[in-house]
Design a protein around this ligand. Structure first.
Ligand code: 4AD
Ligand code: MG
Length: 435
C-alpha cells in the first residue's frame, strides 16, 4: 500500500506513487479518459484515469461517479503547470467510498435562500472553503499577536447576570429559576482580569438580539476583546492600528490563494498604512449632512451611526477611519469623558475602508469611583449588580482602556465579502437558525 498524503503536501511527492482520499469536486470525461478533480479539504488535485491503465470496471466506476462522491485513489504524481495546484496524478487504482449521483448543489447559480438552507453542503464550495481558511488564519494571527504583545487570554463567561452594552439587545435564558443573559460582551470581566494580569483578552461567541436585518449583523458572532492597564485612549488607538496591520499582513502573506479565489482586489489592502485618519464625531455628522446622498441635512447630532452612515463614512477614505468623541449619551456607561470636551467620550469606532462598516469599538474606561457611580445612575442601571465592578475603582484603580473587534466584520472586509453570513460556518440571523 502506498503512502496516504494530503493534497497540500503533494509537491513534495512528485514521482512517487501515493494515495489520496477525498471527494469529487468536478469531472470532465472524454473517450477512454476521465479527469477527476479531487479535493481533500487541504487542496484540489486533478487525477487522470485512462482506459489503458485501469480495468473496465474502474473506468465504469469513474463514469458513474457524480460530484461529491467520496473516493480513494492511488497513482503516481507528476508536476504539471496546467493542473490546478501544479501537480497531477496518473490514477492506477480507484475506489468509491460512496457513489453520489444527485448532489443538490449544481454548478448552475442557486438563489441565496437555497444556499442558506443547504449551508451544511454549501460550505464545500471553493469560495466558502477559502473564507473559512482565511477565518482560521485570522484566529491564528490574533492569538500570535496578543501572545507576542504580552496579553494573556482569559476567557469570560457566557451566562451573565446583567447588560454591558445596553439592555435592548439581550437574549435571556432560564438559569434554574433566575434570569440570566447570554454575554453581549466580556469587557467588564476583562477589566477585572486586567487588574490581575495587566494585559488580557477574551475571545468567544457574543450574542446580540439585534432586530436589524443588515448585511453586517449576526445574532451570534465572535468578538475578541482586549483590555490593558495603563493604556490611555491614544495608546488604545495605536494598538488597534498595529493589530489591523498585523492581521492584514498575515492574511496577505498566507492566504494569497484564498484571496485569489475570492477575487479580492488586494491592492486596496496593500495601501493600508498607519496612522489611520481620525475624525471627530462632530465633523462626521457635518460630513453626513453635507455630502451623504439622500441624507443631506437629516442626521441629528447626538444619535449613533447606523449601517448606512458607517458605509458612507468608510467610503470617504482609503484607510480605516477612527471616529472619536461620540457624545456621551450615544455610547456605553463605562466610557471615560474627554476632559477637554466633557460632553464627549474618550472612545472611538474604527470603520473599515470600502464601506465594510465598523470593525472595532473601543475606549478608555472611567476609572474614578464617583464618576462611574454617577454614570450607572444616569444610565438607570441596577447599582447592586455592579458592586463588584465598583470594587475595581476602590482597590488600586488605574487608567485602562480596551476594545472589541468583530471577527466576522474583519473577515467581510479582508475577504471582500459583502454579506457577513458567509464569514461564519453556521450564521445566526434574524429569522434564520437552520441548519
Ligand atoms: O462596539 P461594540 O458593541 O463594543 C463592545 O462590545 C465593547 N464592550 C468592546 C470593548 O470595548 N471591549 O462591538 C465591538 C465590535 C463591533 O465593532 C463589530 O465589529 C462587532 O463587535 N459587532 C458585531 N459583529 C457582528 N454582528 C453584530 N451584531 C455585531 N455587533 C458588534
Ligand atoms: Mg460599536
Amino acid at each position: 500500500m502506498c503512502e496516504t498524503i494530503q493534497i497540500r503536501d503533494a509537491k513534495g511527492h512528485i514521482g512517487q506513487k501515493v494515495r489520496l482520499r477525498g471527494w469529487l469536486r468536478n469531472k470532465r470525461s472524454g473517450k477512454n479518459i476521465h479527469f477527476l478533480i479531487v479535493r481533500d479539504g487541504s487542496g484540489e488535485m486533478q487525477c487522470v484515469a485512462v482506459g489503458e491503465v485501469l480495468s473496465e470496471e474502474a473506468m465504469d466506476l469513474c463514469d458513474r461517479m457524480g460530484i461529491e462522491s467520496s473516493l480513494d485513489v492511488c497513482g503516481e504524481l507528476s508536476a504539471d503547470d496546467r493542473a490546478p495546484g501544479g501537480v497531477e496524478m496518473q490514477v492506477s487504482q480507484v475506489e468509491a467510498l460512496q457513489l453520489v449521483e444527485d448532489y443538490p448543489i449544481a454548478k448552475k447559480e442557486h438563489g441565496t435562500e437555497f444556499l442558506m438552507a443547504n449551508r451544511h453542503l454549501w460550505l464545500r464550495s471553493s469560495r466558502q472553503i477559502a473564507i473559512m481558511r482565511v477565518r482560521d488564519e485570522v484566529e491564528k494571527a490574533w492569538a500570535d499577536f496578543f501572545y507576542d504583545h504580552g496579553f494573556a487570554r482569559v476567557d469570560t463567561p457566557i451566562f451573565t447576570p446583567n447588560a454591558v452594552e445596553g439592555t435592548t439587545t439581550l437574549f435571556d435564558v432560564d438559569y434554574h429559576g433566575d434570569k440570566a443573559y447570554l454575554s453581549q460582551s466580556g469587557q467588564l470581566y476583562n477589566e477585572a482580569t486586567a487588574a490581575a494580569l495587566g494585559r488580557v483578552y477574551c475571545f468567544g461567541p457574543t450574542f446580540r438580539a439585534e432586530k436589524s436585518k443588515t448585511r453586517r449583523h449576526l445574532l451570534e458572532f465572535w468578538m475578541l476583546e482586549a483590555e490593558a492597564a495603563f493604556f490611555d485612549h491614544e495608546d488604545n488607538m495605536r494598538f488597534q492600528e498595529e493589530l489591523i496591520l498585523d492581521t492584514m499582513r498575515a492574511v496577505l502573506e498566507n492566504c494569497a490563494e484564498q484571496l485569489a479565489i475570492l477575487e479580492r482586489d488586494t491592492s486596496k489592502l496593500e495601501m493600508v498604512r498607519a496612522p489611520f485618519p481620525r475624525m471627530h464625531y462632530r465633523d462626521a455628522v457635518k460630513l453626513i449632512n453635507e455630502k451623504m446622498p439622500g441624507r443631506e441635512g437629516e442626521f441629528e447630532y447626538g444619535s449613533d451611526f447606523g449601517a448606512p452612515e458607517e458605509t458612507f463614512l468608510g467610503e470617504q477614505s482609503e484607510q480605516p477611519l477612527f471616529i472619536t468623541n461620540f457624545p456621551a449619551n450615544t455610547k456605553a456607561f463605562y466610557m471615560k469623558r474627554d476632559p477637554g470636551d466633557p460632553e464627549t467620550v474618550l472612545g472611538s469606532d474604527l470603520l473599515a475602508p470600502e464601506g465594510y462598516g465598523e470593525l472595532i469599538g473601543g475606549s478608555q474606561r472611567e476609572d474614578d469611583l464617583e464618576a462611574i457611580l454617577a454614570r450607572v445612575r444616569e444610565f438607570k442601571l441596577p447599582e447592586e449588580a455592579f458592586e463588584w465592578y465598583f470594587d475595581l475603582r476602590r482597590y488600586g484603580s488605574v487608567p485602562h482602556s480596551g476594545f472589541g473587534i468583530g471577527l466576522e466584520r474583519t473577515l467581510s472586509w479582508l475577504c471582500g465579502v459583502p454579506h457577513i453570513r458567509e464569514t461564519i460556518a453556521f450564521p445566526r440571523m434574524l429569522h434564520h437558525m437552520y441548519p
